[in-house]
Each structure stands twice: as C-alpha cells, then as structure tokens.
Design a protein around this ligand. Structure first.
Ligand SMILES: [Fe+2]
Ligand SMILES: [Fe+2]
Length: 190
C-alpha cells in the first residue's frame, strides 16, 4: 500500500486505521444484509444485534475511534490547523458521538424486543438502517478527504511516535475488555 507510506518507507499512523476501516465495512455490510432479511421476515435475531453492538462498541468505537480521538485528533489539536481541517476534525468527533448514541439505542431496543416488547422491532430496524448508512460515509470521508491531507502537519518522527502509541493503545484493549467481562460476571453472581 504505497499511499500509506512516508518518504522513508515507514508506515504512517493512518495505515492501521485504514486497515481497520476495511473490517468495519465488512461487518456493516453483513448488518445491511441482515437488516434486509429482518425487514422481509418481520423477525429479528437479538443475538446478531448483540454481536454487532459488541463489534461496534469494542472495535469501531473503543479501538478505532479511540485511536483517532485519543491520538490523532489530540496531536492535531496541538497544531495550527487550517479552518477547513479544524472544521473537518470537529465534524468527525460529532459523528463519533452520534454513532455512540445510535448504538446505545440499538442495544436497548434489541433487549426490549428480546424480552417480548414487539414495538421495539421498528426501533431496531431504524437504528440498524442509520448505522449501516452512516459508517461507509464516515469512513469514506476519512479515507478520501481527511487522513492523508492532515498527515502534512506532522514530521516523520511525530508520525512514527503516533504509530507506536497506536500499537500500545491496541495492546491494552484485550485486557480492558476481559477485565470488564470478569467484573460484570462477579457483579451478576447470586
Ligand atoms: Fe472516525
Ligand atoms: Fe475511522
């Protein structure tokens, strides 16, 4: 992937994030097909929605948006950005927040549906529709109009430091996730 390399052949911090975009697209494409099936069959599988919610929360939001916000946007915040890039960054942050809200509503509606509340069906479909339409557009905005242009604000050393920080960030996540799983299990213990 030539376009993701700097002059010295080192990978840029946006390299792993662009790779993550591909996995997010694949999962949301499955969700789109499941949404069409649920609509046709007037029935949905809460288990699929739970897995999707876990994927969006842990991977798309915590791992992926986490690196964007806690590393890339934080570092961009220290630079003198053009008004256009400043506005684009603010918009991406707002979109992340919006997606978090949609995901929460999706999770809650799926649980209501699973416990017998049939009216929650339309809410699940609406949130699935919103999220499956949102992610490809958000990703395209970053891939085609944002990531590469903002790399120009950084030196090679700064890019390398962000790349390394991203790897460290990823390493902590599996521990954080299963720490939470154990704490939840302990809390649910009779
Ligand atoms: Fe993003
Ligand atoms: Fe992204």
């Amino acid at each position: 992937m030539k376009s993701e390399k700097g002059q010295k052949g080192t990978m840029m911090p946006i390299g792993p994030m662009m790779i993550e975009h591909r996995l997010i697209e694949r999962m949301l494409a499955v969700a789109r097909r499941e949404l069409e099936r649920f609509t046709r069959e007037k029935y949905l599988e809460p288990q699929f929605v739970r897995e999707l919610v876990d994927f969006i929360r842990m991977y798309a939001d915590r791992c992926h948006h986490g690196k964007e916000e806690d590393i890339l946007f934080r570092e961009l915040g220290k630079k003198e950005l053009s008004p256009e890039h400043r506005a684009a960054t603010d918009e991406l942050v707002r979109e992340h927040r919006w997606a978090r809200g949609q995901t929460r509503e999706l999770a809650e509606a799926a649980e209501r549906y699973a416990s017998g509340e049939e009216e929650a069906f339309v809410t699940v479909l609406a949130r699935l529709n919103a999220l499956t339409e949102f992610y490809p557009k958000h990703i395209e905005k970053e891939d085609k109009h944002y990531f590469l242009p903002v790399m120009r604000y950084f030196s090679d050393e700064e890019k390398e430091a962000m790349l390394q920080e991203g790897y460290d960030f990823d390493r902590t996540l599996i521990h954080e996730k299963y720490q939470q799983v154990v704490e939840r299990a302990e809390g649910a213990e009779g």
